[in-house]
Unconditional design. Structure first.
Length: 170
């Protein structure tokens, strides 16, 4: 099974990443790692959640891991997994280096990925006038060119003025 979580990055030197930091289901470095209570095997939260929605056992050791339901069909157990909160593990995962598949920037620490996404020149963004129905979507590095010609953006002051007048006359 490939990764169930889609990101626009790939790991640098993926073969060198310790197998202990990889999910037994998707085989990728953990995303939001959780450990099964019954056997302590660790997986990405999304991966094990999907697995347990279709199976009742740990995918590695086959111990029964899923909730047991009582006669009233209510769960009588805690969640079958608990989050991994060990700082050393989480820090190792955060320090993994990735390459952006959109702009090709390399050596981004995974913990900085969200910041990179916010500034990535090739990330698809919408026009600031999407709220007044501008349909444009495109790479962030083309937004300023679009804004120079966007009739919706040019009409915004007039539209805002009309909106304000309507609010005042109510």
């Amino acid at each position: 099974m490939n990764t169930l979580i889609h990101f626009d990055y790939e790991y640098i030197n993926e073969d060198e990443i310790d197998d202990e930091l990889k999910c037994g289901i998707c085989k990728q470095p953990f995303e939001s790692p959780v450990s099964l209570r019954i056997c302590n095997h660790t997986f990405c939260k999304v991966c094990i959640k999907i697995w347990l929605s279709q199976n009742q056992t740990c995918p590695i050791c086959r111990h029964v891991a899923r909730h047991h339901f009582g006669p009233d069909n209510q769960s009588h157990e805690k969640s079958p997994y608990v989050p991994i909160n060990t700082k050393i593990v989480l820090n190792q995962l955060d320090r993994l280096l990735v390459r952006c598949l959109l702009c090709q920037e390399i050596n981004i620490q995974r913990c900085h990925w969200k910041n990179h996404e916010k500034r990535c020149s090739r990330r698809i963004v919408t026009c600031p006038s999407v709220d007044i129905q501008c349909p444009w979507k495109g790479p962030r590095d083309k937004l300023s060119i679009h804004l120079n010609h966007c009739t919706y953006q040019q009409m915004r002051p007039l539209i805002d003025e009309v909106k304000n007048e309507l609010i005042l006359t109510r």
